[in-house]
Ligand binder design. Structure first.
Ligand SMILES: [Zn+2]
Length: 303
């Protein structure tokens, strides 16, 4: 079995925003989603607090390659070239050469990219272990099943620890902080696809996990209820986006209206302070852009 710990990366000074998971079993140490490079110092402190250092890490398991999950990988490997980095095949080229990934992030965060994510270094090809989905990884005494779970991103996998009953789902089941009362989607461009997402929910539910581990943030109980509530909100937000796109005069107006409406909804459930924290962690403007892109792609496909 072994230990599983939440390492709070304290992203831009915000606790309970991005969680890395430390998996220890029989001397094997792996991190699922080490977070962005900007929080590397905090990650190091969290390891030190457990008597560990980067030199003792054996593996990094990426759920997907977005910078808030994977950005620190290159720096960690530079420090400890022994680390194996597991990533889904579609994501691998962008981990080896992050220039396109960083360029597209630069368009989404023109002014704040570096402050948010730091420097995203490449991971040497020989450190990569390329996943197709369907593998069972052996990490010390721990077995982890890998399953392909697209929807949020085309390069997203989830990891299942059957012995512990935990599904490490990255962003596949949304954002819910500390098992809180509100689950919100993170739907950034360019891969959002609600139909494909449904198959990933089925993939997760078929494993009957007793808990989900969300990058944003921590454990969520009752996976079936969580996923049902999340799916409802995901579709509700897609409908809200469609409605706003029909009536707004410009894309900028549409985005503003979406963010306001989503924030109002969240405040009803969470109060103003927690609503702000959830909104920051999710990036509501990006969620609008991703849903708008998905809706247009779908409309073009049926036209
Ligand atoms: Zn994320």
């Amino acid at each position: 079995m072994g230990n599983i710990s939440i390492l709070d990366t304290n992203w831009v000074g915000r606790p309970h925003s991005i969680a890395a998971a430390l998996l220890e079993a029989d001397g094997h140490r792996a991190i699922i989603d080490p977070g962005p490079e900007s929080t590397l110092a905090t990650l190091r402190e969290r390891l030190h607090a457990r008597g560990l250092s980067v030199a003792q890490l054996d593996a990094i398991l990426l759920t997907h390659i977005h910078l808030d999950h994977a950005g620190a990988s290159g720096s960690l490997v530079r420090e400890n070239p022994r680390i194996a980095v597991y990533v889904y095949n579609l994501g691998a080229p962008h981990v080896i050469d992050p220039s396109r990934l960083v360029a597209s992030a630069q368009r989404l965060w023109p002014d704040t990219l570096h402050q948010l994510f730091g420097d995203t270094l490449p991971v040497p090809k020989e450190n990569l272990r390329i996943l197709e989905g369907g593998e069972t990884l052996t990490l010390g005494t721990r077995k982890l099943e890998v399953a392909y779970t697209p929807g949020h991103a085309s390069h997203h996998v989830s990891y299942f620890d059957a012995a512990e009953g935990i599904a490490f789902v990255g962003d596949t089941t949304g954002i819910r902080i500390d098992n809180g009362p509100y689950i919100l989607p993170a739907t950034p461009p360019p891969d959002i696809n609600l139909e494909i997402w449904d198959s990933s929910f089925a993939t997760i539910l078929a494993r009957q996990p007793s808990r989900l581990f969300l990058t944003h943030f921590g454990y969520a109980d009752k996976p079936a209820e969580h996923i049902q509530a999340f799916r409802r909100r995901l579709h509700h937000w897609a409908e809200l986006t469609a409605e706003i796109l029909r009536s707004a005069s410009t894309e900028a107006d549409a985005k503003k209206t979406f963010v306001t409406r989503a924030q109002e909804e969240m405040q009803e459930h969470l109060g103003p302070e927690e609503a702000d924290h959830h909104a920051f962690t999710a990036g509501l403007d990006l969620s609008f852009l991703g849903l708008a892109r998905y809706l247009r792609k779908r409309a073009d496909a049926t036209a």
